[in-house]
Design a protein around this ligand. Structure first.
Ligand SMILES: [Cu+2]
Length: 463
């Protein structure tokens, strides 16, 4: 075959005959604290968890619902057409049991993303998976996904009822026992320093569906460079990444490259991702990679081993001491590695985050989902969101379909990271900026499942 014909033939076959990737949403049996339990997952027919693609490819995916209930899958962090965003009841109808939906759009980004149910409170059932888009440079690394999860033997509805009844599901208050919320007429005094964390008590914290009795053990080569792709898919838990003996270099957050920072502890709020490169020592050893829940001792993780057989086979459920709450120290150090300028700001939206812990309702600008008046955003405008968190809990705020740049924290201007999810600390303000260049209804919500479901959710209408 002549070269020209070969090229045409190759192009033709790769375009015309590339098969869509099948992703099945289905139940999965796992072991938690010695018991077999049923959770859910998103897998390809060959057992591959989630999706691995390459920059420039088409995201050509058929989602098959093998659950007994309807579902819809959202592609967290991807820039995509609005009618592919996978939000049940807003951008897409649910996929009924036994039915499927075909997604198809070009991949414009590379990096670590994830997918999860955006239908009711199904995230608590762990309907989630990695969505990784590789670059040619990734061939230098062994890549390991580290997805943190929180497991409750209760259904999400039971957990929410417990929160609404203000019963013993609430725990882990760092500095005081009361459910402190900023309420009208209440003198806050010096309570600004206090906060509530972890409103849900979990039975176990998992990594890639593994508990601490049988953690995932991954073989690595002595001297190898490993890219750890951390994903926090938990429903109501923020984590500290703990690399133990290893030093790591953080190279990307939420899929977007940052100026590298090194360390052995990093922060990871719900919905966020961090890519961290570790160099495995030349001397063979075992290297637990942990995630510790903020405010408490609980931890989870996996084990990298460069021995022929790991001598570490379990992870302790508790660290020696409770981890502090997440804070802004890391966010203030993060800078996008690419210069980003969105131009003059055309419009500023103030977004007040409030809540009533006694009724367990949460609001954005006084509104509780689904009773919202979505802000209109002019297509093409450069806009900022000024999050003003007036509550005593932190809120990981996620905007669909966009990367925003973090430009200010508590009034301090920063040349921050590009993100899709930003943790707004209690009684603090964060400003993010983006160019409204994708039309449609884009969800804006807290990624704490129970805050979102109890009202802290809206969408913006870009037109
Ligand atoms: Cu929240």
């Amino acid at each position: 075959m002549k070269l020209k014909n070969l090229i045409i033939f190759t192009l033709f076959t790769s375009i015309a005959f590339a098969n869509p990737v099948i992703l099945e949403v289905k139940q999965k049996t796992i072991s938690v604290n010695g018991k077999s339990v049923k959770v859910s997952t998103i897998e390809q027919p060959d057992g591959t968890w989630g999706y691995w693609g390459k920059l420039g490819e088409s995201f050509d995916v058929i989602v098959k619902n093998k659950l007994a209930e309807s579902t819809m899958i959202h592609w967290h962090g991807l820039i995509l057409p609005n009618n592919q965003d996978g939000v049940a009841g807003v951008t897409n109808p649910e996929i009924n049991p036994g039915k499927e939906f075909h997604f198809n759009f070009p991949l414009q980004q590379s990096g670590s993303y994830w997918m999860h149910s955006h239908d009711g409170m199904q995230l608590q059932d762990m309907i989630a998976a990695p969505l990784i888009i590789e670059t040619p440079e990734d061939a230098k690394y062994q890549q390991v996904v580290v997805m943190f999860q929180d497991y409750s033997s209760k259904s999400a509805n039971q957990v929410l009822k417990g929160l609404q009844a203000n019963n013993s599901d609430a725990m882990g208050h760092m500095n005081h026992d009361m459910h402190g919320m900023k309420m009208d007429g209440m003198d806050m005094g010096d309570m600004d320093d206090m906060q509530d964390i972890n409103d849900v008590k979990y039975d176990a914290y998992l990594t890639n569906y593994h508990d601490n009795l049988k953690p995932q053990i991954t073989q690595v080569k002595p001297g190898a460079s490993v890219k750890l792709r951390f994903i926090n898919s938990a429903s109501a838990s923020n984590f500290w990444i703990n690399l133990g003996k290893l030093k790591g270099t953080l190279v990307a957050v939420d899929g977007s490259p940052v100026k590298p920072i090194t360390g052995s502890k990093f922060q990871l709020a719900m919905g966020q991702r961090s890519d961290i490169i570790v160099d495995i020592p030349k001397v063979a050893g075992d290297f637990p990679i942990l995630g510790q829940v903020e405010g408490i001792k609980s931890q989870t993780g996996l084990i990298l081993t460069s021995k022929s057989k790991s001598s570490v086979t379990k992870i302790a459920n508790n660290a020696n001491s409770a981890a502090p709450a997440l804070n802004y120290n890391e966010e203030l150090q993060l800078h996008s590695s690419e210069p980003i300028a969105f131009g003059k700001v055309d419009h500023t939206y103030k977004i007040k985050l409030t809540g009533d812990m006694n009724k367990y309702t949460w609001q954005m600008n006084g509104e509780t989902w689904p009773n919202i008046t979505p802000p209109k955003v002019n297509y093409g405008d450069t806009v900022t969101f000024e999050f003003d968190n007036q509550t005593m809990m932190s809120h990981p705020m996620h905007l669909h379909g966009y990367n925003f740049k973090v430009v200010s924290i508590n009034g301090k201007k920063i040349d921050g990271a590009l993100r899709d999810t930003i943790l707004v600390m209690p009684h603090s303000k964060v400003t993010v900026e983006f160019k409204a260049e994708h039309k449609g209804k884009w969800m804006l919500h807290c990624h704490t499942l129970y805050h979102m479901h109890a009202g802290m959710m809206t969408y913006i209408n870009v037109e």
